[in-house]
Design a protein around this ligand. Structure first.
Ligand code: UDX
Length: 433
């Protein structure tokens, strides 16, 4: 099939690459010329395992091309994916301006029957919004369909998630409107759920909010564990073994961040508010997440007698491992507070350091965990990269001024850390340091 994908962020680029990999002719559209040049040369502008290999192969085979003209791409395509950003506006609701601009451009390019797919995370009613923009520009309603096809890929495993999704959700106004996407996704051989457009739009927000709720729940339980001497790892295993609950997303830690959870939780809160419902449960999910990192820092600050003139080492800056993404990363909350309270920071991350340096030029970026530890008053494990799981803890402890390890992701065995010479504190465990 002939496909246009508008927007080459995480969702757009991975979708475009995977669809080309399946044998479709895909045009990836973006207004950022430098990014397009990079993609056309077979290089990925984002750090995503497996993506570059697919880009190189599909570009060489002529299946994937790039363009900066939405109209040109739409003219030759049967299916047009909208995959542009919907960042939160000041009131938490998604900013739809990029989607609206793209819809107007699509309208100008429609020359034959076209299926337009909302792949961006957009609030309920966006299908109608896009359709109205297009008809207002003179395109007959019989010439196009707008379908919702939310994306559930995770950063770091985006290619695999797109090739092997748990389910494919297609929200369409009629079976005929859904058919082109059913045909497109058939080679993946995954379960397909057909719904109306509004339900599909809501499924995306509900999925991410539910997952965020699981994490906030286990983080709230971790507070109780610290108070009463229980172990959150066992509690998590115990409840996760119930097949009705499931073990995923029950890892207690510093809280959730990234490009989706924060934006989708506030997005759903805003939608609920517009509909006159005060979604108290979801508000608590948000509040618990905000408090979690600060509780951890309160504990560290108490241990150090405040951050003033203290040197804190950060292991990890990305919002999670295997990505260089720092959007809503917990590292930023930590850096902000320590700097505000007069401390200094040195940090190491295998992929994200340069992005954080752009925000905090006073950050002392190091090239190894051991250089971070050298002379530091405390170490915080912020992101659970594999590299940090295999460190020589005794060597780390030895070079520190004060061998204090605050493990924000519950990576280390407390006994081993103590044996290595650390005073060790982690989330959801009573006692230490
Ligand atoms: C998420 C959704 O999983 C994905 O379906 C959606 O399309 C986009 O948002 P992503 O943001 O890439 O994906 O990361 P994910 O692996 O889901 O982690 C999100 C955050 O939750 C991270 O900050 C992670 O550290 C945190 N997390 C995750 C926990 O704190 N505990 C867990 O048990 C799982």
């Amino acid at each position: 099939m002939k496909i246009a994908v508008i927007g080459t962020g995480y969702v757009g680029l991975v979708t475009g690459a995977v669809l080309a990999h399946l044998g479709n002719n895909v045009i990836c559209v973006d207004q950022d010329q430098a990014k397009l040049r990079l993609i056309a040369s077979g290089k990925s502008p984002i750090y995503e395992p497996g993506l570059e290999e697919i880009l190189q192969r599909t570009i060489t085979e002529g299946l994937l091309t790039v363009s900066n003209s939405i109209q040109d791409a739409v003219k030759v395509s049967e299916i047009v994916f909208i995959a542009v950003g919907t960042p939160p506006a000041a009131d938490g609701s998604p900013d739809m301006s990029a989607v609206k601009t793209v819809a107007s451009e699509i309208a100008k390019g429609i020359h034959h029957f076209t299926v337009i797919v909302n792949k961006s995370t957009v609030p309920v009613g966006s299908g109608d919004l896009v359709a109205n923009i297009i008809t207002e520009l003179g395109v007959k309603r019989t010439q196009f369909e707008v379908v919702s096809n939310p994306e559930f890929l995770r950063e770091g495993s985006a290619v695999r998630d797109t090739m092997e999704p748990d389910r494919i959700v297609i929200g369409a106004s009629s079976p005929e409107a859904a058919q082109p996407l059913i045909d497109l996704y058939r080679p993946l051989d995954r379960p397909i759920l057909i719904t109306d457009v509004n339900s599909a739009e809501l499924i995306k927000y509900a999925s991410n909010s539910f997952l965020a709720m699981k994490i906030s729940f286990i983080n709230a339980m971790s507070i109780l564990c610290e108070e009463c001497g229980a172990n959150i790892a066992d509690v998590s295993k115990g409840i996760g073994s119930d097949s009705r609950i499931g073990p995923a997303f029950l890892q207690a830690g510093l809280g959730w961040g990234g490009s989706c959870f924060p934006k989708d939780v506030t997005g759903l809160l805003a939608t609920a508010k517009q509909m006159g419902y005060h979604f108290e449960l979801l508000q608590s999910v948000w509040d618990i997440n905000q408090q979690q990192t600060h509780r951890f820092l309160d504990r560290l600050s108490k241990e150090l007698g405040g951050f003033k003139e203290k040197t804190i080492g950060l292991l990890g800056l990305a919002f999670k491992p295997n990505t260089d993404d720092i959007r809503d990363a917990k590292s930023l909350t930590i850096i902000d507070r320590i700097f505000k309270e007069g401390g200094s920071i040195r940090a190491y991350d295998p992929a994200a350091s340069q992005h954080v340096l752009k925000l905090y030029s006073q950050l002392d970026i190091k090239t190894s965990p051991y250089a971070v530890a050298e002379g530091a008053d405390a170490l915080i494990l912020v992101t659970e990269w594999n590299e940090f799981k295999q460190m020589d803890l005794a060597r780390l402890a030895k070079v520190m001024k004060n061998p204090l390890l605050f493990d924000g992701r519950r990576v280390y065995d407390p006994e081993l850390a103590q044996r290595a010479g650390f005073r060790y504190f982690t989330i959801g465990l009573k006692g230490s340091p």
